[in-house]
Each structure stands twice: as structure tokens, then as C-alpha cells.
Design a protein around this ligand. Structure first.
Ligand code: NAP
Length: 271
């Protein structure tokens, strides 16, 4: 009996995820048999979910979103030492032998839109200290950024991240006055549909600063609107979403996404 391979995205909440649209668009475009779904998995069901899925030979793996990116590391193999580097996993892949490995495609997806910009020594601001912030800080540390200001609700968590990634900087509360910076990244869930807004006073940022919001639901967040109103360059969450998905797609389905279809995909994602 033939069976259909499938992958999925897991999280809590999960209705906002656009990953099924992306992966199913690529599966259709390539004419590959396969399916990509979303699964609403609460924290207390995560271990049982991985245990059940690892027995299913049709399951190719899953993407992992809020709030499981750190917890899932305890449940899967880690041949790439993601635990010791980024410290958060967003992609879980089932091997043919039934073993399940975790990796992280967020860091490369995040950095892709910044690749042409010289950030070495540049002061940056990062909002958030969760799983996505880990990928962001890992990528920024590799880019050699200078002083890093992290704004987060839980300051201790953020201090730990500065130390983990060997970054020099400080931790402030969400209500703090921003210092000048070349780049401001929102990697918190603030501003996402159903979450409180992220209200920052951007007046201290220089005119050539870039504001990058990882939140993609909605795509034009309050932060990006405020940045555009100030005339600042902005990067929305879709580039990273598509970039991290492309790497995961290849791991799940063994083929690279089709070339030259990004405009069509962006239109689908913003419809
Ligand atoms: P996470 O691990 O749950 O971390 C959430 C972060 O948001 C933490 O810093 C948390 O602060 C903060 N936060 C949540 N609710 C808050 C509230 N009510 N008040 C103040 N702070 C709050 O989530 P994540 O996986 O890092 O994801 C964060 C965001 O990035 C989500 O919107 C996600 O969709 C987005 N994302 C986008 C992409 C993309 O490809 N564009 C990829 C990954 C993630 P505490 O530390 O104090 O709890």
C-alpha cells in the first residue's frame, strides 16, 4: 500500500502559522506527493506527540514554533550540537531508522536579508529572549555586532543570553528609552495577532537604522508602521519565514523548493 509522506508545524497557538501554505505551495509546484499540516500541541502533550510521531514512517518531521523551541531539545537527538550553540530547535526530522533529530533553520533564515549589510561592531537592539531570540543573537554574534541591548519582560533570561552568545551589552525593560542602534529586531511575540502590542519610541534611532520584525501575523506590525513613518528601512517576517522554511522543506521532502516562485509565494502569503 502506498502512503503519503507528511510534515507539520506544531505550536500553541498554531492557527496563525503560515508554514502549511508555504510547504504545500512548494509541494504542488514540484508535483511531489506529500502534505504539510498544522497541529495544536500544548506543552504537556509535547513529549507524547514526538513519541507517537517517531513511530510513523510517513512522518517526515515537523517545524516547531511558540512555545516549544527550547523544550523540544530534551526529546530528540542533537547530532549538530544545537543545544550547545543556538539553544533552540525549530526543525525536527525523522530519519529512516526511526530516530528523530533536531536542528535550527531560523538563524540562517533570519540573517539572509541582512547578508549584504556590514554589521561588524554595530550597536543593535533585540526585543525578546525566547527561542527566536536565540537564533537572532547567534546570527548577530557571528556577524560580529558591537553593543547589544536586549529588551525583555524577564531580564534574567536576557542576561543569560548575552553570556551564552559572548555578547557585550545590557538588558533593559520593555518600557525603557531606546539607545541609538544600527539595527532593531523584534524577536518577541509582542505585536502578533492576539498578543499585546509592542510600543517603542523609535526617536533615538539614527535615520539609516533598520527595523526588522520577526512577527509575520500581521505582516505590517505596529512596529514596522512606526519605523516606516519615521522613514527607516524595514524588514518584515516573511523573508525569514520563507528562508527557514526552504531549508526545512529540503530536509523533510528531499528536494529544494522551486526557483523563481518567491513573488507568487509572497502574494499568496499576503493575500
Ligand atoms: P517564545 O520562545 O515563546 O518567546 C516569546 C518572547 O516574547 C519572550 O521574550 C517573551 O518574554 C516575550 N513575550 C511573550 N508574551 C509577552 C507579553 N505578554 N509581554 C511581554 N513579553 C512577552 O517565542 P519564539 O518562538 O521566540 O517566537 C517569538 C516571535 O517570533 C513569534 O511572534 C513568532 O511567530 C516569531 N517568529 C518568526 C519567525 C519567522 O520566520 N518570521 C521565526 C521564528 C519566530 P519572556 O522571556 O519574559 O517570557
Amino acid at each position: 500500500m502506498s502512503s503519503t509522506p507528511y510534515a507539520e508545524v506544531i505550536g500553541d497557538p498554531i492557527a496563525q502559522s503560515k508554514s502549511p501554505l508555504i510547504h504545500n505551495f512548494w509541494l504542488d509546484a514540484l508535483g511531489l506527493a506529500g502534505d504539510y499540516r498544522r497541529a495544536h500541541i500544548k506543552a504537556d502533550a509535547l513529549a507524547a506527540f514526538i513519541d507517537q510521531r517517531r513511530k510513523d514512517p510517513d512522518w517526515r518531521g515537523c517545524n516547531v514554533t511558540i512555545p516549544h523551541k527550547v523544550a523540544v531539545m530534551d526529546l530528540v537527538d542533537d547530532p549538530g550540537n544545537i543545544r550547545g550553540t543556538i539553544g533552540a530547535m525549530n526543525t525536527i526530522v525523522r530519519q529512516r531508522d526511526g530516530s528523530v533529530i533536531g536542528t535550527n533553520t531560523d538563524a540562517a533564515g533570519f540573517y539572509a536579508p541582512l547578508a549584504e549589510i556590514d554589521l561588524s561592531g554595530a550597536p543593535v537592539i533585540v526585543v525578546g529572549a525566547g527561542g527566536a531570540a536565540r537564533a537572532v543573537l547567534f546570527a548577530l554574534a557571528r556577524a560580529g555586532v558591537g553593543h547589544v541591548t536586549i529588551l525583555n519582560r524577564s531580564p534574567l533570561k536576557a542576561m543569560g543570553l548575552l553570556a551564552t552568545f559572548g555578547l557585550k551589552g545590557e538588558v533593559l525593560g520593555l518600557e525603557a528609552q531606546l539607545p541609538p542602534a544600527a539595527l532593531l529586531v523584534n524577536s518577541s511575540s509582542l505585536g502578533m495577532t492576539g498578543q499585546p502590542p509592542l510600543d517603542l519610541d523609535l526617536s533615538a534611532l539614527p535615520d539609516d537604522a533598520i527595523v526588522y520584525d520577526l512577527v509575520y501575523a500581521p505582516l505590517q506590525t505596529g512596529l514596522l508602521k512606526a519605523a516606516a513613518a519615521r522613514g527607516l528601512d524595514t524588514v518584515d517576517g516573511l523573508d525569514m519565514l520563507i528562508g527557514q522554511a526552504a531549508l526545512a522543506f529540503e530536509l523533510f521532502f528531499g528536494a529544494a523548493p522551486p526557483e523563481g516562485r518567491d513573488e507568487e509565494l509572497r502574494a499568496l502569503l499576503t493575500a
